[in-house]
Design a protein around this ligand. Structure first.
Ligand SMILES: [Zn+2]
Length: 464
């Protein structure tokens, strides 16, 4: 029987990734695990959803090259400063080439050739690809790797305000994406010292992992004119001037999958929301010699009835039905259907959902409304568990000692002086994550927890 103790989260995470066949960490290069078929199918489902949300919002999908010329890479000063320590470098006979750590410097010299006028705006593109960062910190599959699978979007706008409005829309697209994963998160405006290199401001999605550490799962950056100026990228404005446009970039990586696995999973393995499970129903037949044909015919009939609602598997492996149940629980499949002689004779089926809610259904009762209701019941339970865990992980800190052994996020005032933050960081390994994006224009007042001078309410936590 599978029983993976979630109290030791780190161990749980590694075991689930291995047992549920998400990634294989034996690839002999640090920070580069292999996505296995089951894991990649799940990752792909997540990114298909994200791509659809972006496409529906008229972002056009592109694919830019992996290598960036050294000169292009070096143009935006803060950007190069922020990434220079962690880029992989290669070369051809003529010059040094940078393996993209993110694609601004690959894309913007080309966007400049494509976008010439305000009439082409807003200009919105996105791509799903891998980016590479030579991580010096210890790596972890799906959380911190040297190869990052992600989707990055890049937009161009005429004015700072246009870009700011679209920034809010991008945050909403990401909210829709993370909400569909049924996970809980908070949207924070990062402090200046933690912005994306080259950004005017950065808004980030933070999730709380079961060990109380904070995982950044998405970011939306307002770049202002920093990059357009660096690349001498000008457009014809609506009042007939040539000016630098304002840009945004935003991204979500495979950490979204790490969050889904970690937040929902339990001691039996993965729990996958019905929308993202490749298989919706698994039929486990109880086959005895004398009734084998009868049961198999009935299973086929049930398969036909169920497969209009999602993919159905019949597990015919030479294993006990107990082993099969554990296997599919580990994989996080939403519904298991056990069928034996009794079910055939009573024209029934017994369905168990992944959170062990049991249904006894007459074959005649299977219809769209019933299955939709069963899916909704399971998804709501998954969501409410996530919400409950998340709200138990947010507290208020009244004095610096409250940061001792902090698990989750703590609200506390900060004067925005880096020295006060550094004091907390060094003493408690806790850092300021940002303030609530809902109060973007109007930060909540709160005196600094360190120096007691005037400040604002910030969220603090231990990062990955
Ligand atoms: Zn202070």
């Amino acid at each position: 029987m599978v029983n993976i103790d979630k109290k030791d989260f780190s161990k749980w995470f590694n075991e689930v990734l291995e047992l549920a066949e998400i990634v294989d960490i034996r690839y002999p290069v640090k920070g580069m695990p292999v996505y296995m078929p089951y894991g990649f199918a799940l990752l792909k489902k997540l990114f298909d959803k994200l791509e659809k949300l972006l496409n529906d919002n008229k972002h056009h999908q592109v694919l830019f090259p992996l290598l960036i010329g050294d000169e292009e890479f070096k143009k935006e000063e803060q950007h190069i400063h922020g990434f220079s320590q962690e880029v992989f470098i290669t070369a051809d006979n003529e010059r040094k080439l940078i393996i993209r750590p993110t694609s601004e410097t690959a894309m913007y010299p080309i966007l400049k050739l494509w976008v010439k006028s305000h009439s082409q705006l807003p200009f919105k593109i996105h791509q799903t690809c891998c980016v590479y960062r030579n991580e010096t910190k210890s790596t972890r599959p799906l959380i911190r790797g040297r190869e990052v699978y992600w989707n990055e979007a890049h937009t161009v706008h005429e004015t700072f305000e246009d870009a700011k409005l679209h920034h809010k829309i991008a945050v909403d697209i990401y909210k829709r994406f993370f909400d569909s994963l049924l996970i809980s998160y908070i949207v924070l405006v990062r402090p200046d010292h933690d912005k994306f290199p080259g950004a005017v401001y950065t808004v980030a999605f933070d999730a709380v992992m079961p060990d109380g550490k904070i995982l950044q799962i998405g970011t939306v950056h307002h770049l202002g004119q920093n990059f357009s100026k660096a690349y001498d990228f000008k457009i014809l404005t609506s009042d007939n001037r040539m000016d630098y446009p304002h840009q945004l970039c935003y991204g979500i990586s495979m950490r979204a999958l790490a969050a889904l696995i970690s937040i929902h999973g339990d001691e039996k393995g993965l729990i996958i929301p019905t929308e993202f499970s490749d298989t919706l129903f698994v039929i486990i037949p109880i086959l005895k010699n004398e009734t084998k044909e009868l049961v198999m015919n009935y299973c086929e009939k049930v398969r036909k009835l169920l497969e209009v609602y999602g993919k159905v598997e019949i597990d015919l492996r030479e294993k006990s039905s107990g082993e099969k149940h554990y296997y599919w629980e580990l994989k996080g499949v939403p519904f298991r259907v056990e069928i034996g002689k009794n079910e055939v004779e009573s024209n029934k089926l017994v369905v168990k959902d992944r959170l062990n809610h049991k249904y006894s259904i007459l074959l005649d009762e299977i219809n769209y409304e019933l299955i939709a209701k069963m899916k909704e019941t399971l998804d709501q339970k998954i969501k409410s568990n996530a919400v409950k865990n998340f709200s138990s992980m947010i507290k208020s800190a009244k004095k610096v000692e409250d940061f001792e052994d902090l698990s989750g996020l703590a609200k506390a005032g900060w004067c925005e002086n880096e020295k006060c933050e550094q004091f907390i960081r060094e003493k408690y390994h806790v850092e300021v994550r940002g303030y609530d994006f809902n109060y973007f224009e109007n930060k909540k007042l709160a005196n600094c927890i360190v120096c007691n001078s005037k400040g604002y309410e910030y969220y603090w936590g231990k990062p990955y």
